[in-house]
Design a binder for this molecule. Structure first.
Ligand SMILES: *Cc1c(COP(=O)(O)O)cnc(C)c1O
Length: 546
């Protein structure tokens, strides 16, 4: 502390110091300190991770928030870089969430290979902006190559097709985005614009706006159809793109928890009879966020083809499964999509944040072309011409390097491990009397809930009304188990709401696990269930479940 105060007194913001920070890091002594910290950071914050096997420090959010209330910007420098880094390592890291912990199995953000930190540091150091060739050069060319590789992974056209398009400046096989949300938004943006063809005075919805588009096409409503398990980014897209988010229509799931095709067809018929309504897109999910369930993609493709509707597949989560020869068949039908979203910061194990969206038609992205006179000039190779994002980092370099380091086989091993461990986990859950598995996992996401013995007994003979009453009690119990476990900070599972039986007209609280960390194993999963059992024992006496 004394050291920092002394430092702070001698620190001034002057031109000399400013000039220096662009050239070299402070003096020789702090350079040594910085290298030491860089080592610590680059090798996975090892000291921190080894000391903290748990998920986070036990401190309440209210208390934390009290420490962050100073809203004045300091005029003079307070700390040297070395001290700032030291503070981050000592004070911020332990209070952040150790998403790399093998006990952290609640969300889609998890451990990343240690080399990702190196690659991220390199992209920061190069600081290329792939919006335009003038600030990225080879990175734009490399990006087009990796886009073609991913396109090939999904759509698998022939060599001639890829030779024609890989470096073609007129066409575009896909784009990098900030994540799944903007990938889905981009796909629906293209679908929306495609829907409203030019007509008489009407040029496009992009130029003339929604009102003129609807008038020209004699429509009153445009809808998107997606299963109830669709990610909420589609509702955002509904809002942003002007459809209105209530026109992103949720279709029930069937007993497999994937989109109910009978109900979907019924809806299409209903809208077909109404000449004033049009369907802009049907979305198939390849790995639902909450359940990991994959919609029947070939059947959805048939339906879309029959009715001439844009078919989008949200593979934000499941996309990389295509790299596994063993399980890629689960995504069969994806090659018939018009557009496909895949997140990089999920099962491509890249650091936050990066996503991608691909289009089967290399001209599809022409629907959202934007030029400007200082960048993105007509006919240029600038990658910012057909993206929602403006300035953008060179995430393609990270994906490209990672594929070089691990190969598709390396990714496949991680994906396969996740799927198989989730399967084993679900079998363990089924064997434990205090647990109820919701569905057999298709990918690496497992949902279940806890049921105390006496409630399980009562459920056996309960009628509809009684079952509803018991489910409400179970909701309370499972919410408290999840919260208690989270607050204890040793391990973390998340919770969501699903129907126990697909015929129920109400949702029930369930616990949700995402098995993507290769260090998470069956014995750790058993420990997590043990902890939940002991939490249940502790909270039961206080629960009025009779
Ligand atoms: C995570 C996810 C999204 C949203 O992606 P972000 O990267 O969080 O914006 C969309 N769809 C699915 C299926 C997802 O799992």
């Amino acid at each position: 502390m004394a050291q920092i105060q002394k430092d702070s007194a001698s620190l001034v913001a002057d031109w000399e110091t400013l000039r220096r920070i662009f050239i070299r890091p402070e003096d020789d002594n702090s350079k040594k300190v910085l290298v030491k910290y860089m080592e610590q950071i680059l090798f996975g914050l090892h000291d921190f991770l080894n000391k903290h096997v748990g998920v986070t420090e036990e401190i309440s959010l209210i208390k934390l928030a009290e420490e962050y209330t100073d809203t004045k910007i300091n005029k003079n420098p307070q700390k040297k870089l070395a001290n700032v880094i030291k503070d981050i390592i000592d004070e911020i890291a332990p209070r952040a969430v150790n998403v790399a912990s093998p006990y952290f199995i609640g969300h889609m953000t998890s451990a990343i290979p240690f080399f990702m930190v190196h690659l991220k540091a390199i992209t920061a150091a190069l600081n290329q902006n792939v919006i335009k060739i003038e600030t990225s050069k080879v990175l734009s060319v490399l990006e087009k190559q990796i886009l073609a590789k991913m396109h090939r992974m999904i759509f698998n056209f022939d060599e001639t097709f890829y030779l024609e398009h890989v470096q073609n400046t007129e066409t575009c096989l896909g784009v990098f985005t900030t994540g799944g949300t903007t990938a889905n938004l981009t796909a629906l943006w293209v679908a929306r614009n495609k829907l409203f063809a030019p007509k008489d005075d009407f040029k496009s919805i992009e130029t003339d706006g929604f009102y003129q588009a609807m008038k020209a096409h004699d429509l009153e409503r445009v809808v998107i159809l997606i299963s109830k398990r669709g990610h909420f980014s589609f509702r955002k897209a509904g809002g942003v793109l002007g459809f209105g988010n209530q026109n992103v229509i949720p279709i029930d799931v069937d007993e497999t928890r994937s989109i109910d095709l009978v109900k979907l067809k019924k809806k299409i018929k209903e809208f077909g009879a109404d000449k004033k309504t049009k369907i802009a897109a049907i979305v198939g999910i390849a790995g639902a966020t909450e359940t990991g369930i994959i919609d029947p993609l070939p059947q959805l493709a048939d339906i879309c083809q029959k009715h001439g509707i844009h078919f989008h597949v949200d593979a934000a989560w499941g996309g990389p499964v295509l790299l596994s020869e063993k399980y890629s068949h689960l995504l069969k039908g994806i090659e018939r999509a018009d557009s496909v979203s895949i997140d990089c910061h999920k099962q491509f194990y890249m650091p936050m944040t990066a996503g991608m969206v691909y289009f089967k038609d290399p001209k599809a992205l022409d629907q959202i072309v934007y030029h400007s006179s200082y960048v993105n000039r007509r006919g240029s190779v600038d990658l910012g011409i057909k993206t929602l994002e403006g300035s953008r980092e060179a995430n393609s370099l990270i994906l490209d390097s990672s594929l070089k380091i691990m190969g598709s086989r390396g990714y496949a091993l991680m994906i396969e491990y996740g799927i198989e461990t989730a399967r084993q986990f679900s079998e363990i859950i089924e064997k434990r009397p205090l647990f109820q598995l919701l569905t057999k996992p298709q990918l690496n996401i497992v949902t279940y809930r806890m049921i105390p013995e006496n409630i399980r007994e009562q459920l056996k003979t309960a009628d509809e009304i009684e079952r509803r009453r018991l489910d409400a009690i179970l909701d309370d119990i499972n919410t408290r188990i999840q919260r208690t476990q989270r607050e204890a900070g040793k391990s973390f599972v998340s919770r969501t709401q699903l129907k126990i039986n697909t015929t129920d007209d109400y949702d029930t609280v369930v616990l949700r696990c995402v098995i993507m960390n290769p260090m998470t194993n069956v014995s750790i999963l058993n420990e997590i269930l043990d902890e939940q059992e002991s939490i249940l024992k502790n909270i039961l006496p206080a629960t009025p479940f009779q």
